[in-house]
Design a protein around this ligand. Structure first.
Ligand SMILES: Nc1ncnc2c1ncn2[C@@H]1O[C@H](COP(=O)(O)OP(=O)(O)OP(=O)(O)O)[C@@H](O)[C@H]1O
Ligand SMILES: [Mg+2]
Length: 285
């Protein structure tokens, strides 16, 4: 019989932060994840890549404890993360920072209050201490002096940087980034990519970065996981991925529209679909 993945609390190897086994997530008939195994090592940057709809955000939300899988196992810092009591889940989530796909700043709060938000929510620190922490975090992302600006006054790149500062405000052991460079011009995207790399390596922090920006992803990754239709089709170091001979991997990293990865995920025939709506399609007699 296969040994269970989830061991007793604290029994995981020190180098392991997250382990997933046979992870499945269904939304109705859609299998967003279909048997994913994943290993996130402590202190490393794991980059999850894949095309739109391949299941990247879903995987991130499951390993960050924002959603439960339909089946499968997740171990976080040695603890069973699927059957965990809610109180303990919230405690573990304080070890995590999150940069969401669309920055998700609170529009009614200025930069200072956005970055201070987790500190106000989760600590009893004096405002003077919080001010010092916010200043340090804004300095790390190059935005010191911008405390009074409102989110509507920020460029896309600045908003991402505020989201980064907020994500590291509590000095989390792990930071999850969902598409941190999407919608940014190449220079701003480069700044964010370098920042993520610095924030991860200088503090030996574990990072999980979801992106479809192949070059950025490969440039900061210690380990790459490539998803396709909810499954892992390749993983390894950035060089393993760059030199992979798998046609699906080549198509993805070369950004070719034609190849084994189809343009449409539809499993039904186009003609059958059209004919199932007779009011909209008229066949000539
Ligand atoms: N809350 C939800 N309800 C229903 N279906 C969902 C939900 N979230 C995701 N899905 C479906 O699961 C699949 C994977 O979605 P997911 O958002 O994880 O992909 P992604 O790789 O992050 O895509 P993108 O690059 O566009 O952000 C898609 O088919 C999507 O439609
Ligand atoms: Mg996504």
């Amino acid at each position: 019989m296969k040994a269970p993945l989830v061991s007793k609390p604290g029994a995981a190897s020190v180098s392991s932060m997250i382990r997933c086994a046979n992870l499945c997530k269904k939304y109705g008939d859609v299998a967003a994840l279909d048997g994913v195994n994943l290993h996130v090592r402590k202190g490393q940057t794991t980059v999850i890549m894949g095309g739109s709809g391949s299941g990247k955000t879903t995987l991130l939300r499951l390993i960050a404890g924002l959603e439960k899988p339909t089946s499968g196992e997740i171990e976080f810092a040695g603890e069973d993360f699927v059957h965990i009591p809610r109180k303990r889940l919230y405690e573990l989530r304080e070890m995590m920072g999150m940069v969401f796909q669309y920055s998700a700043l609170l529009n009614s709060l200025n930069v200072y209050d956005n970055v201070a938000f987790p500190l106000h929510e989760h600590t009893d620190l004096d405002e003077d201490v919080i001010r010092t922490i916010v200043t340090m975090k804004l300095e790390q992302v190059g935005l010191r002096g911008m405390e009074r600006l409102m989110p509507s006054e920020l460029s896309g790149g600045m908003a991402k940087r505020v989201a980064l500062a907020r994500a590291i405000a509590m000095d989390p052991a792990i930071v999850f980034y969902d598409e941190p460079t999407s919608g940014l011009d190449p220079i701003s995207a480069g700044v964010i990519t370098t920042l993520i790399h610095d924030l991860s390596t200088k503090s030996h922090r574990t990072s999980v970065v979801v992106t479809h920006d192949v070059q950025a992803g490969l440039s900061i990754a210690d380990h790459v996981v490539l998803l396709w239709q909810g499954r892992v089709i390749a993983e390894g170091g950035p060089e393993d991925i760059r030199h992979s001979e798998d046609e699906r991997v080549r198509q993805f990293i070369e950004g070719r529209p034609d190849g084994p990865i189809p343009f449409s995920r539809s499993t039904t025939s186009y003609l059958d679909d059209l004919l199932s709506h007779p009011g909209t399609v008229r066949m000539r007699p």
